[in-house]
Design a binder for this molecule. Structure first.
Ligand SMILES: O=C(O)CCC(=O)C(=O)O
Ligand SMILES: [Fe+2]
Length: 258
């Protein structure tokens, strides 16, 4: 599996691998982009803790995101409810800053001015992050992102077929082979995958009707600063975190003019 240099990125190579190839394109952003994304996530992370457990902020700041799980205590706050999706969506100013970064500019020059979906209906581009502690309690089931859209999670702009979706997932903190994202290569070309919707806290979420053990899941070889652009129909999911650091990643859905 080749991890490309960001400067190699072209529309033809990206769409070739995403559509006709294995279903995804791997690349690295610059260390400067990585540092800026980490800073934006850290800012929001601490701000949320300021609101829910002000007396614990200094402890979490000193530990840093990678060591979150080492200092987290249930008596501070409830991990699952505090880190709900809404509290992990970047604010509008942070989104403007992401859009200035080298990797984002490169994507824009290759794909044209894309939109970013706003599933929460906040009225600005929806860029969000995840915090996955070691163990397997913080990951969801394997899925294709298309299933969320088919279950009504977002609205597409324009006329039907005017835009298509591409997802980007970036590692801000992960250990290659131990934590990160896994995918089923070429699964975007198959129509055989079955799922059903389940209501989870008021939202319909897709649940795969196959055993995950029967899928040919492979771990993406990404280090911090590595990212993957993948097909709307590619089967993927978080890896159980077998590492010793909390995993931090960022995602958004690009809506590209067809
Ligand atoms: O990071 C994860 O655990 C899941 C990510 C995912 O489903 C996505 O990026 O679409
Ligand atoms: Fe997904």
């Amino acid at each position: 599996m080749q991890v490309h240099e960001i400067n190699e990125l072209s529309k033809a190579s990206l769409l070739g691998e995403v559509n006709e190839g294995a279903g995804f394109y791997l690349a690295n952003m610059s260390q400067d982009d990585l540092a800026q994304l980490r800073a934006l996530v850290t800012e929001q992370f601490l701000h949320v803790i300021q609101c829910v457990a002000p007396e614990q902020v200094a402890k979490y700041r000193a530990a840093g995101l990678a060591h979150y799980h080492e200092v987290y205590q249930e008596s501070d706050f409830d991990h699952g409810s505090v880190w709900n999706k809404a509290s992990r969506v970047l604010g509008p100013k942070a989104v403007e800053q992401v859009a200035q970064l080298g990797f984002y500019q490169k994507l824009t020059s290759c794909l044209g001015d894309f939109l970013v979906s706003d599933e929460e209906g906040f009225s600005w581009p929806g860029i969000y992050w995840r915090l996955v502690r070691p163990g397997n309690s913080d990951i969801g089931p394997v899925h294709a992102d298309k299933w969320f859209w088919d279950l009504g999670h977002g609205e597409m702009p324009g006329e039907p077929g005017e835009y298509y979706r591409l997802k980007i997932w970036m590692s801000l903190q992960s250990q290659s082979g131990k934590s990160g994202l896994r995918v089923v290569p070429h699964s975007q070309k198959s129509e055989q995958w079955r799922y059903h919707g389940e209501n989870k806290s008021g939202k319909m979420k897709p649940v795969l009707d196959e055993k995950e053990e029967d899928l040919d899941l492979v771990a993406l070889p990404l280090s911090p600063g590595g990212f993957v652009v993948f097909h709307d129909k590619l089967l993927h999911g978080g890896m159980p975190n077998l590492g010793d650091t909390s995993r931090v990643s960022m995602e958004f859905t690009m809506l590209v003019k067809a």
